[in-house]
Design a protein around this ligand. Structure first.
Ligand code: FAD
Ligand code: MG
Length: 294
């Protein structure tokens, strides 16, 4: 095999995994397409020592530190296919190259599927968010909206009043029952019925009947997709509230021997801090597996 470990996806989770392996002087090939999930946001929040730093700056610092280790190679591009073979794994890149390794780590993140509402996609990460811990504080207690995408939006609507007065736009997606109405009322959430037509200004919501609501930020629960590689490799998935994710044990091992997964692709909901923690575990576990075959 060409490498000890191939890591597909080298953002916060993948580079954290790589760092552990690099420090054990293992040969690592990183394949990364460079499309971090939070690339739409100007600042990242909630990760210790990096609060408010640009997502790309965190990644650039990590990459500069990682690439100082001589056993790490970086291929910028997409891993198109991956398969288990005797003694390890084969990964094929978009450049047509095939690379083999004894262990494989998936750190490929997820893709967000946004609701199809005019003006929403271009505000994603700037005025439209999914996580109040990441971006709620900066909205400065101004009026906020939750755009329902499923009944799960109840959860966002019940949390958000801690960050600002909250309006839940049902958008004909679901109708709260009496118990849910009582919960919303207890948290002071205003409920608006009818279809949302578009967003304008910072995050103002305009209804189909023309009624408009001035808001500083809108929160939406997205559907997330884990990409093609987990399916190609045959690892078991689990159903999370926002979409499927790769099943792993406490060491971030998947159900396929020798295959590890970390970060957003392998948890029901993620953050930079959790991705870095998962990656550190996956890197150490892949190393352990190389040493002891477990
Ligand atoms: P990612 O950062 O998504 O990286 C995955 C990498 O794998 C990418 O480089 C991608 O191109 C690559 N990749 C995928 N498939 C392939 C393939 N087949 N071949 C090669 N490369 C591949 N979290 C916070 O903690 N604080 C915040 O403030 C915050 N803000 C956010 C704002 C927005 C708008 C969004 C959407 C998310 C935000 N998050 C925030 C969440 C955070 O972005 C993720 O939890 C984090 O990026 C997960 O890291 P990861 O390494 O698992 O995946
Ligand atoms: Mg990663």
């Amino acid at each position: 095999m060409d490498h000890d470990v191939i890591i597909v996806g080298a953002s916060y989770a993948g580079m954290s995994a790589g760092l552990q392996l690099a420090r054990a002087r293992r040969g690592v090939l990183i394949v990364d397409a460079g499309e971090r999930r939070n690339r739409f946001a100007a600042a990242s929040h909630g990760f210790l020592t990096q609060d408010g730093v640009a997502p790309a700056d965190i990644a650039d610092t990590a990459r500069a530190q990682l690439m100082k280790y001589p056993t790490v190679q970086w291929h910028a591009g997409l891993a198109r296919r991956a398969q288990s073979v005797d003694g390890g794994f084969l990964v094929e890149t978009d450049a047509g190259a095939r690379h083999g390794a004894r262990r494989l780590i998936l750190a490929t993140g997820v893709r967000d599927e946004l609701p199809d509402i005019a003006g929403l996609a271009e505000r994603w990460g700037r005025h439209v968010f999914h996580c109040p811990y990441c971006h709620g504080y900066e909205l400065d207690q101004a009026p906020l909206g939750v755009l329902a995408t499923s009944e799960l939006s109840m959860h966002q609507a019940l949390m958000l009043p801690d960050w600002g007065p909250t309006t839940l736009f049902l958008n004909d997606v679901f109708e709260p029952d009496a118990g849910q109405h009582a919960q919303l009322q207890a948290r002071g959430v205003r409920v608006v019925r009818g279809r949302v037509a578009r967003l304008r200004g910072a995050a103002d919501v305009v209804m189909q009947d023309g009624q408009a609501y001035a808001l500083a930020g809108v929160f939406v629960a997205t559907r997330v997709r884990p990409g093609d590689l987990p399916g190609q490799l045959g690892c078991a998935l689990e159903d999370g509230p926002m979409g499927p994710f790769v099943r792993t044990d406490a060491m971030k091992a998947t159900t396929v021997p020798g295959l590890f997964a970390c970060g957003d692709v392998a948890r029901p909901a993620g953050s930079v801090a959790l991705a870095v923690g998962d990656g550190a575990m996956a890197g150490a576990a892949a190393h352990r597996s190389l040493m002891f075959g477990v």
